[in-house]
Design a binder for this molecule. Structure first.
Ligand code: HEM
Length: 362
């Protein structure tokens, strides 16, 4: 018996390896179930040979890319934590030191910056694809609800990350985001409980920091886990599926997907690094900054609408999507085959895009 097999046998007599493998495979390594009572080597061999849908293929790859980008955030975030100091006096200085003086600091900071933007784009795109293919009709309501929850928590991750560098852009954006979120019922209260009136001090940085590096990542991780469990239970949505065994079948497709994702992130981080401005000075009038693209819509409405109307619209945008599976009970076929639904959804999307572009020009 090889040394490797001896180690596995030794471990198997002491740890429930199957459950561990089953937990890991829930994150997308194999699609198949790992029975808890089989010896682990046999269970893995069976899983490797089971023909299952390759979810490294379009459109299922969006799920893998989302999770991969999240992992990149965790790894680069932890590396940043080694040098970042969460206090109002040191945040800016430590960020500049990371970027200028630490080995690969510039690169890690910018990978974190670009992955955050890509993550939001991919999550949004995935929600769009769920709507297009109606991946929320029974029994996949949970796919949609979890997809939307992941979207909300990724946004929360983004906006709690924004103040951390404490340069002029970070400070101005924190203030503006506070103004955008504050009027909304429930969310506004939550906003005030979590951050207090926006007063730039140690407590403000520390609260954002704890939520950003600890609380929200755990929530996102948990949501991914439940989502994968749900995919295992009810299966991938309908569509053209390429059926293969995990290894060598779609293993290489997953590798290629990972390779391309890394390529895109590294290229953007190298070619378009985030500019670091002077240290933020409260109450100074900054006019050169804009909110991130996914907040432009609310940024525009916040300025143009009376506060009550704005609060109602904001709340509806957060609450209504959760009920989509029960609001839209039309047949589960691609949107292109349903002209009325197509016009309604795309009309809505177009309005959001036009208002966002108007926000960009204000
Ligand atoms: C969905 C996941 C995440 C998103 C969307 C995200 C987003 C961001 C953003 C937008 C910034 C501000 C920097 C910039 O303007 O680009 C930031 C900074 C930071 N993030 Fe994250 N992040 C995520 C996960 C994490 C995790 C898991 C950790 C740590 C465990 C982390 C640690 C940090 C640190 C330390 C900074 C401050 C960097 C500095 O100013 O030097 N992030 N993040």
């Amino acid at each position: 018996m090889s040394l490797w097999n001896k180690i596995i046998d030794w471990l198997e007599r002491r740890i429930s390896l199957n459950e561990f493998i089953s937990f890991i495979t829930s994150f997308g390594i194999f699609y198949t179930h790992i029975p808890p009572d089989k010896p682990v080597k046999e269970a893995i061999k069976d899983a490797m040979e089971t023909i299952s849908p390759s979810y490294a293929r379009w459109p299922y790859m969006l799920g893998i890319i989302t999770f991969l980008l999240f992992l990149i955030q965790v790894v680069t975030g932890v590396l940043l934590l080694f040098f970042y100091v969460p206090s109002i006096d040191k945040a800016y200085e430590s960020t500049v030191t990371i970027i200028r003086d630490r080995p690969f600091g510039f690169f890690i900071f910018n990978i974190h910056h670009w992955t955050a933007i890509l993550l939001i784009c991919v999550v949004l795109f995935r929600l769009g694809r769920f709507i297009y293919d109606k991946v929320f009709s029974p029994p996949r309501e949970i796919f949609w609800i979890l997809g939307f929850l992941i979207f909300i928590f990724v946004i929360l991750e983004y906006i709690t990350g924004i103040p951390l560098p404490m340069d002029a852009q970070a400070g101005w954006l924190s203030y503006r985001i506070f103004e955008i979120f504050n009027p909304a019922p429930f969310l506004g209260v939550l906003n005030r409980v979590l951050f207090g009136a926006i007063k730039f001090g140690d407590v403000f940085i520390l609260r954002n920091y704890i939520l950003h590096v600890f609380v929200f990542p755990l929530v996102v991780f948990f949501l991914f886990y439940i989502h994968f469990l749900s995919v295992r239970k009810v299966g991938l949505s309908y569509g053209k599926m390429s059926l293969k065994s995990p290894f060598p079948g779609y293993f290489f497709e997953i590798l290629i997907t990972i390779f391309i994702t890394f390529g895109v992130v590294f290229t953007l981080a190298t070619l378009f690094p985030r500019a670091i401005f002077q240290e933020f000075v409260p109450y100074k009038n900054y006019t050169q900054f804009k909110v991130p693209f996914f907040l432009l819509f609310f940024d525009f409405l916040r300025d143009k609408l009376p506060l009550t109307l704005y609060s109602i619209i904001f709340t509806l945008f957060i609450i209504l999507p959760f009920f989509l599976p029960w609001i839209d009970r039309s047949a589960p076929v691609p949107l292109i085959k349903k002209p009325v639904a197509f016009i309604l959804y795309f009309g809505g999307l177009l309005i959001i895009i036009v208002i966002s572009v108007m926000g960009l020009r204000v």
